[in-house]
Design a protein around this ligand. Structure first.
Ligand SMILES: Cc1cc2nc3c(=O)[nH]c(=O)nc-3n(C[C@H](O)[C@H](O)[C@H](O)COP(=O)(O)OP(=O)(O)OC[C@H]3O[C@@H](n4cnc5c(N)ncnc54)[C@H](O)[C@@H]3O)c2cc1C
Length: 302
């Protein structure tokens, strides 16, 4: 992390919430399900698929977890009702993983029953390392019963990821989103060097595609996008066997170029009233946006 990025990361908790809200608007569809539906419709009209995310994480009460679960159920019903080309992403700690793994499993099964009934799909996002083993264990249990209706995420910054990928491949049909990873993890378990994270990402893309695994290539990094585009073309991999994935509000132009080239692409569409932790993570990733925030606070912006 550069000194500048460290400074940004350090200063974000001191920025008033209302300012964070203003600058994180491009990354969030809005506060309501209707906002999410509107944004997904706009994306679908441009030939782009979506995955919808009800913002919320590290939920620590059963009551709040059940409230979040009901919101996620509503998302699945709304996707069907509005005929949207979209699926659902959930954070395991939003569905009770930190409270009790069996409570998480119960909640995930309720959502997966609905998703399977609609021939849709639920993705378990990957959070920080205290939850990696548990999330993968839960995924293994769920995929036994829900097969192609459930998927998981691997993070290329984790040193363990290629081993995890091999284990998932050996276990049968799997659907993986590969991303770099967003949390600050200790060096003993995570690559810190940008080049190493990229190399790990490339190796996992190649291993997945050469093993016939359906992979969501979730990155905005030109080096990795070019590698994936070249690899699928060189190996003659069919467009139905992978998709690119990007975050709402990030790199529109590159996104549209990939779609125009004929690749499948899915945008992660977060919405909901609990937008603050998600927004601060996005701002930390984007120093130029964060610079605008700081200028605005110091009264230097126009
Ligand atoms: C669909 C999707 C789902 C994800 N799910 C998870 C998950 O479950 N768990 C997890 O740990 N992480 C997840 N991530 C986040 C991911 O791990 C990275 O933190 C994030 O995608 C940035 O990495 P990058 O590969 O785009 O490369 P970077 O090197 O970070 O970015 C490449 C370029 O993209 C642009 N860019 C990137 N981020 C921003 C931004 N916020 N604003 C403006 N421009 C930006 C910049 O131009 C940057 O130079 C997900 C990402 C995507 C796209």
């Amino acid at each position: 992390m550069s000194v500048f990025s460290k400074l940004i990361a350090w200063s974000i908790p001191f920025i008033p919430k209302v300012v964070v809200g203003y600058f994180s608007r491009p990354y969030i569809a809005g506060e309501t399900l209707e906002d999410g539906i509107r944004v997904v419709r706009e994306l679908n009209a441009r030939g782009i698929m979506a995955t919808m995310d009800v913002l919320g994480e590290s939920v620590d009460s059963r009551e709040e977890t059940l409230r979040m679960r009901r919101e996620c159920e509503d998302v699945l019903h709304a996707i069907k009702k509005n005929n949207l080309d979209a699926n659902l992403s959930i954070k395991p700690t939003q569905m009770g993983l930190a409270i009790d793994p069996s409570f998480f499993e119960e909640n995930a099964r309720v959502l997966l029953d609905i998703a399977r009934g609609y021939d849709n799909f639920v993705r378990l996002d990957m959070e920080d390392h205290p939850y990696t083993d548990l999330t993968l264990e839960m995924y293994e249990r769920l995929r036994r019963d829900y097969g192609r209706h459930v998927g998981v995420v691997l993070q290329s910054y984790l040193r363990r990821t290629e081993d995890d990928l091999r284990t998932l491949i050996a276990g049968g049909e799997t659907n993986i989103r590969l991303c770099k990873g967003i949390y600050v993890e200790p060096e003993r378990i995570a690559y810190k060097d940008r080049k190493e994270v990229r190399e790990s990402f490339r190796r996992s893309v190649e291993l997945s595609l050469s093993s016939g695994v359906y992979i969501g290539i979730a990155t905005h990094d030109d080096v990795l996008l070019e590698h994936a585009v070249e690899y699928v073309s060189a190996k003659d991999i069919k467009r139905e066997e992978y998709e690119f994935q990007m975050l709402l509000g990030v790199r529109h132009q590159r996104r549209d170029e990939l779609v125009a080239m004929g690749h499948r692409l899915r945008v992660y569409v977060p919405f909901g009233d609990q937008w603050y932790p998600y927004s601060t993570r996005r701002l930390k990733e984007n120093p130029s946006m964060a610079m605008h925030v700081i200028k605005a606070i110091l009264g230097m912006g126009k």
